[in-house]
Design a protein around this ligand. Structure first.
Ligand code: CUA
Length: 319
C-alpha cells in the first residue's frame, strides 16, 4: 500500500491531499457544512445544559411568571438558519451540476469494472488494469460500466466517487492538479475480494503522458477496433448505404436527436447506443421495422465501448 500522499510531510491534514480541480470547492463546502451544523449543535447543547441546571428539581428558579412571547426572536431564529441552509443547498447544487458537465475537450477513457479489477482503455487503444495514467491539468472523462455487479469508482484525493453499474454507462470527469500517484478504491461492496479491488491514478506531465500513451501500443485504436467489429459482427451488412436491407444509417448518429416509432424523441447518447445493440426492440427508430437481432451475449463490454467509439468517430469525420 502506498502511504497517503496527504500525510507525507508528517503534518496534520483534516481532509487529506486535494489533487483535483474540484477538490478545493468540495472541501470548502464540507467545512462550511461542518461549521454550520457544529455551531447549531453547540448552541443547542449549551441551552440544554443551562436549562437543565437552572430548572433542575429543587432549584429556586422563578417558574410562576407567564411566558412572554418575543415574536422577533422566534422569527430570527427560524429565518437565519433557514437562510444559511438554503445557501448551502444552492452551493451544493451548483457543484453537483458541475460534476455532471464535463468540458467538451475532456480526454475520454473507457472503464469496465469486474470482480475484482478495473479495466481502463484510452482512445488510442492503450489498455491498463488497476492503473490509470492521466496528464496534469487536462480534463479527463471516464465512461464506466460494470461486467457483473455494482462497483464504485472512488478517488479520495480527487474527492470523487461514482457508482459503476451493470447495464448502463455512468460518467465522471476530473482535472488533476498535482503530480504523483493517488489511490483508487472500489467503494461498493462487490464480493469477497472487494477490499482488494484497488488501484492508482498516476498523474504525469502532459509531454511525459503523450510519450507514455504512444509507447507500447500494439492494439489498434478503440474506434478502429470498433470498425473491425462493425464489419465482423455483420452490422455493416445492414447499416450501410449500399445495403439492400432497410436499416438506419449510423454515420454521425452519436449525439443526434432520434425520432422513434412510438412518437418519442431522444438523444442518441452512449446509453441509447448501448441499448440499441443489446435490446434493439426497445427504442425502434421511426420508419424502420424491428428486425434487428440482439447482440447480447455476443459482445463484451469492451466490444460495445469500441463499437460506440467507432460510431462517435463517424460523426467526427462527417463534420
Ligand atoms: Cu468492486 Cu467493491
Amino acid at each position: 500500500m502506498t502511504p497517503d500522499p496527504g500525510t507525507g510531510d508528517g503534518g496534520f491534514h483534516l481532509l487529506g491531499t486535494a489533487a483535483s480541480s474540484i477538490a478545493g470547492d468540495t472541501d470548502a463546502l464540507f467545512l462550511a457544512m461542518l461549521l454550520l451544523c457544529g455551531t447549531v449543535a453547540f448552541v443547542l447543547l449549551v441551552l440544554v445544559i443551562v436549562f437543565s441546571v437552572r430548572y433542575r428539581r429543587g432549584s429556586s428558579a422563578e417558574r410562576g411568571k407567564p411566558v412572554r412571547r418575543l415574536t422577533w426572536l422566534e422569527v430570527t431564529w427560524t429565518l437565519v438558519p433557514l437562510g444559511l441552509f438554503v445557501v448551502i443547498y444552492a452551493w451544493a447544487a451548483h457543484q453537483f451540476m458541475q460534476l455532471y458537465r464535463p468540458p467538451p475537450q475532456a480526454l475520454p477513457v473507457d472503464v469496465v469494472a469486474k470482480q475484482w479489477m478495473w479495466k481502463l482503455q484510452h482512445r488510442n487503444g492503450r489498455r491498463e488494469i488497476n492503473e490509470l495514467h492521466v496528464p496534469l491539468g487536462q480534463p479527463v472523462e471516464l465512461k464506466m460500466t460494470s461486467q457483473d455487479v455494482i462497483h464504485s469508482f472512488f478517488v479520495p484525493a480527487f474527492r470523487l466517487k461514482q457508482d459503476v453499474v451493470p447495464g448502463r454507462y455512468t460518467s465522471l470527469w476530473f482535472t488533476a492538479t498535482q503530480l504523483g500517484s493517488f489511490d483508487l478504491y472500489c467503494a461498493e461492496y462487490c464480493g469477497s475480494q472487494h477490499s482488494q479491488m484497488t488501484g492508482r491514478i498516476v498523474v504525469m506531465q502532459p509531454a511525459e503522458f503523450s510519450r507514455w500513451a504512444a509507447a507500447g501500443l500494439h492494439q489498434p485504436g478503440l474506434a478502429q477496433y470498433g470498425f473491425a467489429l462493425f464489419r465482423q459482427l455483420g452490422c455493416s451488412g445492414c447499416h450501410d448505404a449500399r445495403s439492400t436491407v432497410h436499416a438506419p444509417l449510423l454515420e454521425g448518429i452519436a449525439g443526434r436527436t432520434v425520432h422513434l416509432q412510438d412518437g418519442r424523441t431522444l438523444v442518441a447518447d452512449d446509453n441509447y447506443l448501448r441499448d440499441s445493440i443489446l435490446e434493439p426492440h426497445k427504442d425502434v427508430v421511426a420508419g424502420f421495422a424491428p428486425v434487428m437481432p440482439s447482440f447480447a451475449g455476443q459482445v463484451s463490454e469492451e466490444d460495445i465501448q469500441a463499437l460506440i467509439a467507432y460510431l462517435h468517430s463517424t460523426g467526427e469525420k462527417a463534420r
